[in-house]
Design a protein around this ligand. Structure first.
Ligand code: ADP
Ligand code: DP6
Ligand code: CO
Length: 337
């Protein structure tokens, strides 16, 4: 039995991906820039089953059925379409564990499909370099293309004129990073439950109905270039300002969809206020939010404890749950005996 295990970490976008230009090939409307975190991981093992056996998919000890299983099976089919027939006919046993809440806007699909790409490619003997793994992971979930790499990462939109060239050129790559850019992220977990509407559907509805979408696309490409430059220059203030602006613009764009897509919750706004108050006190802290109510706050590594403590205090005296994260590594795989 061939079994390969892979570990990938979630990443949080600083310049957001929100919208596809090609849903089948999972080509994004724009480039995006992210930070891979140490705190959240997926571990996935793929074992080849005998010829003709149906795929079995387990997540956190529960057998997946329906749409979540179909997503994984389609992904396995894509891997099998690229290997010799004697391997392509074999089913797979997939056993996965998330150290990240699933579907909560904490990027479980990013760590999940990066790990699955590594484990499935390994088990089926598909020999891919890291760029190839990033392109493959992209087909499972766009944000997963970035989790193949650690630290600061950029996912290129790729060639916009032709889908075949687009597929070849839309991959993520690690970004040249100033050695003194020592960042961290405080993650304020307001709700770890699954979101009411998944990223994929919400994104498609935004593309189809938000009148602000063309402006979002135009501006995001500029933000991706500016963030890339700020990371190379080690300018945390510029990077933080771009990141917070990108998140707010993404939410504005989806709020303008019909029906509106709203992930911001009252408690999210309280945390955004707390981040602004930190800045008013001279602490460098910038908020970003994804498809969920939770708020992630970028800061210098030396300020992480202070920022985390400030954000843990809710106005009513209650304590919020805050996880302290630092830059994490890229995808790792291991062939099991
Ligand atoms: P998130 O904010 O967590 O990325 P998404 O809506 O993008 O939320 O994706 C959540 C979906 O990703 C889940 O419903 C499931 O289909 C899939 N997923 C998450 N983790 C795993 C995993 N470890 N293995 C397989 N599929 C996963
Ligand atoms: C808000 O990668 O989860 O987190 O490609 O449809 O699987 P699919 O969506 P997904 O979208 C992530 C959206 C985001 C922003 C980002 O990570 O760039
Ligand atoms: Co996701």
């Amino acid at each position: 039995m061939t079994a390969v295990s892979a570990v990938a970490h979630a990443n949080i976008a600083l310049v957001k991906y929100w919208g596809k230009r090609d849903g089948a090939l999972m080509l994004p409307a724009t480039s995006s820039v992210s930070l891979t975190l140490d705190a959240f991981r997926t571990t996935t093992t793929v074992t080849l089953l005998p010829e003709g056996a149906p795929d079995e998919v387990e997540l956190d000890g529960v057998r997946l059925e329906g749409a979540p299983r179909t997503k994984v099976v389609r992904f396995l089919d894509l891997v099998r379409s690229q290997v010799p027939p004697e391997l392509a006919g074999r089913g797979a046993g997939v056993v996965s564990r998330n150290d990240v809440p699933t579907g909560a806007g904490l990027a479980s699909s990013a760590s999940a499909f990066a790990a699955l790409a590594g484990a499935a490619a390994g088990a089926y003997g598909l020999d891919l370099d890291r760029r190839g793994l990033s392109r493959l992971a992209r087909r499972g979930s766009g944000s997963a293309s970035r989790s193949v790499f650690g630290g600061f990462v950029r996912w290129n939109a790729g060639d916009l004129d032709d889908p075949v060239r687009g597929d070849e050129t839309s991959y993520a790559e690690p970004l040249p990073t100033a050695p003194d850019l020592d960042v961290a992220m405080a993650v304020v977990v307001l709700d770890a439950g699954p979101k009411a509407i998944g990223s994929r559907e919400a994104m498609a509805s935004t593309v189809a109905t938000s009148p602000y979408f063309p402006a979002w696309v135009e501006h995001t490409e500029l933000d991706a270039a500016a963030a890339t430059a700020a990371i190379a220059a080690g300018d945390l203030t510029v990077l933080g300002e771009i990141a917070e602006a990108s998140a707010m613009r993404m939410h504005a764009t989806m709020l303008a969809a019909y029906p509106a897509v709203r992930y911001l919750a009252p408690a999210s706004l309280e945390v955004l206020d707390a981040v602004a108050a930190l800045r008013a006190d001279g602490v460098g802290a910038w908020a970003t939010m994804d498809a969920g109510p939770n708020v992630k706050v970028l800061c210098a590594a030396r300020d992480l404890e202070l920022v985390g403590e400030a954000l843990a205090l809710a106005p009513d005296g209650a304590r919020r749950r805050v996880l302290l994260a630092r830059p994490g590594p890229g995808l790792r795989t291991e062939t099991l005996p």
